[in-house]
Design a protein around this ligand. Structure first.
Ligand code: HXC
Length: 513
């Protein structure tokens, strides 16, 4: 027995060392932790239990201490994060560059299956050179098996991808199929084709950082949802995100002790300028309404004309969606449509009530928007809100014009309650545009057309651009003092706790992509 235990111990030590001291030192020199160090930092102390420690491709001889790829370049298992169970993998770049072969993929699939069966979030730490070249098609099938599970388990358990090194080629599609992607600044990158291939094919000269670095995917492509300055900050952000999420689609999101906003509600009287053309920061509004003034943005650096993220109202996690008047006047465009609809679908999958703050002048006009398919992208928001059955409350802060009024979860799309602040203007279009259409003849005939136009704009604003016509027809439940917003949200969410909505049976709808 002692011999056997010694042998076990020796084999385990080799596995725990991954690619060995030299490669571990090289990893540290790049400012990166190893796979095991990352798991240690991310999970509660002592909670990690490894699964598949001795997995090995090519079993010519598993009875020696000659292990070609210790751990197969990935560490898999489960543990707890702030006391909650999560399933994890961490690719080990020190072993064949974290490349993915048959058993590397099998280890990942095994913990994915366990996560789904046990209803726990699944977190993957990516740091890999992609398909293990020596294993050929076995690697490709391995990826396929992961993609399949990413898809089948989508909407069943939260799936989180963390990019902490290279993630290239088809490997990027597993993260892309998951709910959220975190990237670490300067040390992570994602692309389908590398810079050299791009240069050869299109002649474009671009650095890996510019092509697929953390900033590129957070600001430009929208592929990533979170940007962390370093690995430690990234781990803290993952913990924060997990804190808002239920473990699976049958669970309720984790409730915390209620906390009043730290910023004063009184500010809500002055934050939104009555002049509909003056910008302001909608985050200032949100932080005066949510618990502890704590708002955790998703996609913070992308499509800044919309704001989405998580917060708590009276301890209850909620998803928040808002137009952002300080960017593009809060217009909806292609990118913000994608940003909003994806977030709405996530909230609906995982039982997170949604609160929508509306201040939107419409969809962004422009040839590029039309050519880029604003029609089908804009349709995503309509579809996502209409499909959602979680509790939904909309608050119209100021402008709610045209199709964008509907898109931002007007009651007609399924909001359970809709409220307007006294500053709200709900109309088919803004007063200037409307006046030019319906009073064109009067303006043209007037002695002083400019004066006449101004007069007609004021007249229109006074008659139509207010919340009371919508309230009169019942599409707004009340016009409220802005300072009462939080209280109404607390009561509304409480009243919606038993909400149940049935829909016609179908396999699945045809979401406009
Ligand atoms: C096998 C690999 C590997 C791979 C890296 N290594 N990538 N081994 N298969 N895909 C090994 C290296 O040989 C090296 O081994 C060690 O990992 C570290 O690699 P380095 O090149 O020394 O590291 P670095 O300079 O940091 O460069 C990292 C890298 C580079 C940019 C990721 O290794 C690279 O370009 N690798 C190939 C990437 C690639 O083309 N992958 C296939 C993509 S196609 P030693 O023993 O020297 O330490 C794909 C298809 C998936 O993934 C399709 C799914 C649908």
């Amino acid at each position: 027995m002692e011999d056997k235990l010694n042998f076990l111990q020796q084999r385990r030590e080799i596995i725990l060392k991954g690619g060995g001291d030299k490669r571990i030192a090289a990893q540290h020199e790049k400012g990166k932790l190893t796979a095991r160090e990352r798991l240690e930092q991310m999970l509660d102390p002592g909670s990690f239990v490894e699964v598949g420690t001795f997995s090995q491709s090519g079993l010519e001889d598993a009875s020696t201490l000659d292990i070609p790829y210790p751990g197969e370049g990935v560490v898999t298992g489960y543990g707890t994060m702030d006391g909650r169970k999560v399933y994890v993998f961490a690719q080990d770049f020190t072993v064949a560059g974290g490349s993915l072969g048959e058993m590397h993929a099998a280890k990942i699939c095994r913990v994915m299956d366990l996560a789904a069966k046990n209803g726990a979030p699944f977190i993957g730490l990516n740091d890999s050179g992609g398909a293990r070249i020596q294993e050929g098609v076995l690697s490709l099938d391995g990826y396929g098996n992961i993609f399949y599970r990413n898809t089948v388990f989508s909407g069943v358990i939260p799936q989180i991808s963390v990019i902490m090194g290279p993630c290239a080629g088809g490997a990027v599609y597993s993260p892309a199929l998951t709910d959220f992607i975190f990237m670490v600044d300067k040390s992570s990158y994602m692309f389908i084709t590398g810079t050299q291939v791009i240069k050869a094919v299109t002649g474009e000269d671009v650095s890996p950082e510019k092509l697929g670095g953390a900033k590129t995917h957070n600001e430009t492509s929208g592929v990533a949802h979170f940007l962390a300055a370093d690995e430690q900050e990234c781990i803290n952000m993952i913990k924060k995100l997990i804190g808002f999420l239920p473990s699976n689609n049958l669970d309720d999101p984790p409730v915390a002790a209620p906390a009043e906003p730290t910023l004063p509600a009184e500010d809500l009287l002055t934050l939104v300028p009555p002049d509909p053309n003056r910008p302001y920061d909608v985050v200032d509004v949100i932080t005066r309404i949510v618990d502890g003034s704590d708002f955790f943005q998703v996609h913070e650096h992308y499509a800044k004309n919309a704001v989405v993220g998580f917060a708590r109202i009276n301890g209850q996690p909620v998803g928040i969606i808002a137009n952002q008047p300080k960017a593009l006047a809060g217009c909806l465009d292609i990118n913000s449509s994608d940003k909003i609809s994806r977030f709405v679908r996530f909230c609906d999958c995982f039982n997170l009530p949604m609160i929508t703050f509306v201040d939107v002048p419409g969809y962004l006009p422009g040839v590029n928007q039309e050519y880029g398919g604003i029609i089908r992208h804009g349709a995503k928001i309509l579809y996502a809100y209409s499909e959602a059955s979680v509790p939904q409350i909309s608050i119209i802060l100021r402008k709610a014009y045209g199709g964008a009024y509907i898109a931002m979860n007007g009651r007609c799309l399924g909001a359970d309650y809709a409220y307007a602040w006294p500053t709200a203007e709900i109309a088919v279009m803004g007063p200037e545009g409307a006046t030019n259409v319906i009073f064109r003849k009067e303006i043209d005939k007037a002695e002083n057309p400019e004066e006449e136009r101004k007069k007609r704009v004021e007249e229109y604003r006074h008659r139509f651009a207010n919340p009371y016509i919508t309230a009169a027809k019942g599409w707004i439940d009340d016009v409220i003092d802005p300072r009462h917003t939080r209280e109404l949200l607390i009561k509304g969410l409480e009243a919606l706790k038993g909400k149940y909505e049935d829909r016609p049976r179908k396999k699945h709808g045809n979401f406009p992509v």
